[in-house]
Design a protein around this ligand. Structure first.
Ligand code: ATP
Ligand code: MG
Length: 395
């Protein structure tokens, strides 16, 4: 018997976009200046080299604790790709996300679910039965994830390249911090950035024909990996994105685009530290000479943590620069710029980061509370009938 509780409303945008295969709304791709004149080509091998597991062993002492889980079972990939979210409802689990949603005569949800089930067509029911459920389709992997969280404590996940930064809305703490396996499932399932890794990682790659052929022979699908990074509280003000071309820094941008008044005074010190880090640590070992590296420099500013290495490509967000500007400045003999936000930018709050992937809070609440789903459905029905009446009156 299926023990799952099904959070099965097809919430707006994220899963909808999965079926539409319209992942290109990924904001990091959308916010750039495109000019046909400045071509930045990237090869599959350059993208592959930016997979976490490729560079993690090279720079382990500079990377906060992380666990690489690979290969991933196909069923897990299908689970991430399918519409809706099924959370495992284990007898032994005391999860906030699954408790109280069991189907019994005492709770109203069972009536509602029964009603909903009656309304469903048989083909929908069949589809339901085919849906991937962690407890049924990848129980061992599910237990592996639970053990990893037991070992590491709270974690933040990512696949080969992307973290689910667009899906924090689905967790009560509104961050990527996962304290239990259900949070991991919710976050990964709700993210379009994760879908980008699964379906579009090699889009827009160019390459020498032989290289392309070689990659095709190997397989056109990357070997997927799940990275669980041990959670630590990061001060976003002290995160930087470093653009490196031909082994040389061509620009550094503040990563979090808020104004921090103390950064300007530290700018020269950070540049010195990052010059040494890129030249002595990264360039000698990383296989490509063009890349974009994300770093974290916590107080007292005596160590640099490597957070991520991204492809030197338009799909990597240039943050405070534009790609054209970076490319055009790269030939300059003069010193590169560490660019900071210079003042509070009120306009920034008009559009919230990743807002194209967000949904009304009512829907999120409803996802976690059967009573709320019922109320929301009733409210929708009421609104619809009011709207119909209004339209009739107008005629
Ligand atoms: N171990 C950690 N604990 C807490 N937060 C973390 C940890 N590692 C990374 N983060 C946060 O997660 C953010 C996103 O991580 P990361 O850069 O790996 O994602 P990404 O998908 O590659 O982002 P981008 O699309 O901008 O390249 C980081 O900027 C950092 O603030
Ligand atoms: Mg990245």
């Amino acid at each position: 018997m299926c023990k799952s509780c099904v959070l099965n409303f097809h919430y707006h945008n994220s899963k909808y976009q999965k079926t539409q295969n319209n992942i290109e709304s990924k904001s990091k791709m959308a916010s750039q200046d495109y000019t046909p004149l400045t071509n930045i080509s990237v090869t599959k091998s350059q993208i592959s080299n930016c997979s976490f597991s490729k560079w993690y062993p090279l720079f382990k002492s500079h990377i906060p604790k992380a666990m690489i889980i690979k290969p991933l079972p196909n069923e897990f990939i299908q689970y991430l790709e399918q519409d809706g979210i099924i959370l495992p409802n284990e007898d032994s689990s005391t999860s906030f996300y699954t408790q109280g949603i069991t189907n019994d005569d005492e709770n109203e949800y069972s009536d509602w679910e029964e009603q909903a089930a009656n309304d469903e067509s048989s083909s929908e029911q069949e589809q339901e039965n085919e849906r991937v459920d962690p407890l049924v389709h990848f129980p061992e992997f599910h237990n592996k994830l639970k053990s990893a969280i037991d070992e590491l404590g709270s974690v933040t996940p990512k696949l080969n390249w992307s973290a689910p930064r667009d899906a924090t809305w689905i967790l009560p703490n509104n961050t990527m911090k996962c304290n239990e396996v259900n949070e991991l499932y919710l976050l990964l399932n709700a993210s379009n950035y994760i879908m980008h890794d699964l379906q579009n990682a090699f889009d827009e790659c160019t390459g020498k024909e032989e290289e392309e052929e070689e990659e095709r022979r190997k397989s056109n699908t990357p070997e997927f990996e799940l990275i669980l990074r041990k959670w630590f509280d990061i001060n976003p003000a002290l995160e930087f994105r470093v653009f490196v071309q031909n082994g040389k820094i061509i620009g550094i941008s503040q990563r979090d685009l808020n104004y921090y008044d103390y950064l300007d005074a530290l700018s020269d010190q950070f540049k010195d530290m990052l010059d040494g880090f890129v030249k002595d640590v990264i360039v000698p070992k990383f296989p490509d000479k063009d890349f974009v590296v994300d770093v974290y420099i916590p107080r007292p500013f005596n160590k640099i943590f490597l957070i991520d290495i991204n492809p030197f490509a338009r799909k990597t967000d240039p943050l405070l620069f534009s790609w054209n500007e970076l490319i055009e400045s790269s030939g300059d003999k003069k010193d590169y710029e560490l660019r900071l936000v210079k003042e509070n930018n009120v306009g920034r709050f008009v559009s919230k980061e990743h807002s194209e992937n967000q949904v009304p809070k009512d829907l999120i609440d409803a996802a976690l509370d059967p009573q709320a789903i019922k109320e929301l459905t009733e409210k929708w029905k009421e609104l619809l009938s009011r709207q119909e009446k209004d339209e009739e009156n107008k005629l």
